[in-house]
Design a protein around this ligand. Structure first.
Ligand code: MN
Length: 235
């Protein structure tokens, strides 16, 4: 049987397009390639998750199309415990593997504010049974991200307050200087496992104070000198 020739550049259907983030102060867009995340990069958060603070951070990932910029994010299916984790997001503008620590910072295009939305009940079950975190971390619209502030505009936030409010109530408060792995260390370490490419986003971990959100809740978060992000959880 002959398959009719499709009209999408030789593909059998139109390829999905990946998310693009606004670059603050310009009309330019940042096309997302991959989304990497660091787990347990703030000691106080490791402690609140019931873990030894001597355990080193580690990596997991989300699909690129989990990134969203919508003012409303749906409450995901299959969970009764959706948690917020506000994080500094590093937007990579260059690439490479085995990047030396002293060259890592030069690969940063800019920074954004992101929330690593987590089905905490599914994550707890996955941890208990030694299973992957895919359904806990990588669901649709699990990665709201703000516009990117380019390094060319504002440099690197070595020390900056990071906070998250739910319905006006402060839930998370910290400082990005308290990360166990600094941004250059995260980039250098990640590049030992994966070849980094322009368009990669790295969620660098969350400070303490994670907690549940419910349909109708409004989330406002900010990182000084980087930006702000607000969205509502929709039923
Ligand atoms: Mn996280």
């Amino acid at each position: 049987m002959n398959t009719p020739k499709a009209d999408f550049d030789g593909c059998v259907f139109e390829p999905a397009s990946l998310p693009r983030l606004q670059v603050q102060g310009t009309d330019a867009l940042f096309p997302v390639h991959r989304v990497y995340c660091v787990g347990r990069n703030y000691r106080e958060h490791a402690r609140e998750m019931g873990l030894s603070t001597r355990e080193p951070p580690f990596f997991f990932s989300k699909p690129a199309d989990a990134v969203c910029t919508d003012a409303e994010v749906p409450y995901p299916s299959m969970t009764g415990e959706l948690h917020h984790e506000v994080e500094l997001v590093v937007a990579i503008g260059g690439g490479g593997a085995d990047i030396p620590l002293e060259e890592a910072q030069a690969l940063v295009f800019g920074y954004a504010v992101g929330v690593d939305l987590t089905r905490r009940d599914l994550q707890a079950a996955a941890k208990k049974h030694g299973r992957p975190w895919t359904t806990a971390k990588g669901f649709d619209q699990s990665a709201p991200v703000s516009a990117i502030r380019p390094v060319s505009a504002n440099g690197h936030p070595g020390s900056a307050a990071i906070r998250l409010q739910v319905n006006g109530q402060l839930r998370q408060q910290g400082n990005v200087r308290d990360m166990t792995w600094s941004v250059p260390e995260v980039i250098a370490e990640l590049s030992r496992y994966f070849e980094l490419k322009a368009g990669d986003l790295i969620f660098t971990g969350t400070p303490s104070g994670v907690g549940s959100v419910l349909p109708g809740d409004r989330i406002d978060c900010a990182i000084d000198s980087v930006g702000a992000l607000s969205f509502v959880i929709r039923e």
